[in-house]
Design a protein around this ligand. Structure first.
Ligand SMILES: [Zn+2]
Length: 250
C-alpha cells in the first residue's frame, strides 16, 4: 500500500506479474512511478482503476504513460454515471495513446500471477450508479494467504458481493473500503472476510475525517491489526505462501 496521501495506490508484486491497483490523485502519478522505479518495476502486467474518482484514477494516466502496461481493467458503470471529468477523459486518452484496450471487470475472472498466485475479480456484482459502488473488488491468493482489495466499495455493493454464489471474500488482509468511512465495512461483510490485518489508505488530516472511529473500533474489537498510511507511510505485507510479514516506512 503506497503512501500517496488521501487516495489509494496498491502494488502487488507477485512471482511472475506486477499489478497496480489505483494511483492516487491527479499529480500523484510521479510518486507512484518513483515507487515502481525504486522497486525495479518497469512493466505492469495488470493495472486496475477501481472506480472513476480522482483519488484513485487521478495519477493513472501518468503511470500508464510512464511504464509498460499490458492490461487495464476498469469497472462497468451505469451509462448515466460515466463521468465527463477531465480526470476520467485523461485516463481514457492515456489508454488509447498506448494502444491498450479496456478490460471490463467481470466477477469470477481470474488472472494467474505465477507460482500459484491468482487474482480473482469478486466485485462489483451488478451495475451501480454510485461510483464508489462500481469499485472493482479483487481477491489475491498465494499459498495459504489471501488479500481482499475493495476500492471504495460501500455497504450496498458489499451486500451484493456476499449474495454472489461461488464467490469467496475471506482474506487474511483486508484493504478497508473507502478509506475507513462508515459507509463501508458493514458487519456482515467484515464477518465474511474475517481478516487478521486491515490496511487503510488515508491522507494526514484529510477533510473527510477518514478513517471514522466507528470503523476503527469495529476492527479493534475483533483484534485486527490496523495499518494506516497517514501514520505508517507505505506499508508492505509480504507473504511466503504461509505466513505474513508487515513492514512499514515509518
Ligand atoms: Zn477514495
Amino acid at each position: 500500500m503506497i503512501d500517496i496521501g488521501q487516495g489509494d495506490s496498491i502494488l502487488i508484486e507477485a512471482p511472475e506479474a506486477n499489478v497496480l491497483i489505483d494511483a492516487g490523485e491527479n499529480g500523484k502519478g510521479d510518486e507512484v512511478l518513483g515507487y515502481l522505479k525504486a522497486h525495479g518495476i518497469s512493466t505492469l502486467d495488470i493495472v486496475i482503476g477501481t472506480h472513476a474518482h480522482s483519488d484513485h484514477i487521478g495519477g493513472l494516466d501518468d503511470v500508464i504513460r510512464g511504464v509498460g502496461v499490458k492490461k487495464v481493467i476498469l469497472p462497468e458503470m451505469a451509462e448515466e454515471s460515466v463521468p465527463t471529468t477531465k480526470t476520467y477523459t485523461s485516463l481514457l486518452t492515456a489508454i488509447l495513446e498506448k494502444g491498450l484496450k479496456i478490460t471490463t471487470a467481470k466477477v469470477g475472472d481470474t488472472y494467474n500471477l505465477g507460482d500459484g498466485a491468482a487474482l480473482q475479480i469478486v466485485g462489483p456484482n451488478g451495475v451501480f450508479t454510485d461510483l464508489n459502488n462500481t469499485s472493482v473488488v479483487c481477491r489475491l491468493t498465494y499459498g495459504e494467504n489471501s488479500f481482499l482489495f475493495t476500492g471504495d466499495c460501500e455497504d450496498k455493493a458489499e451486500t451484493a458481493i456476499l449474495q454472489r454464489k461461488g464467490i469467496t471474500v475471506s482474506a487474511d488482509v483486508l484493504k478497508v473500503g473507502h478509506h475507513g468511512s462508515d459507509t463501508s465495512t458493514s458487519d456482515p461483510f467484515l464477518e465474511a472476510v474475517g481478516p487478521e490485518i486491515a490496511l487503510i489508505s488515508v491522507g494526514t488530516g484529510n477533510t473527510y475525517s477518514h478513517p471514522v472511529p466507528s470503523t476503527l473500533e469495529k476492527l479493534e474489537k475483533r483484534g485486527i491489526e490496523i495499518y494506516r498510511t497517514d501514520l505508517s507511510g507505505s506499508v508492505v505485507v509480504a507473504s511466503d505462501g504461509k505466513k505474513l510479514t508487515v513492514t512499514t516506512e515509518k
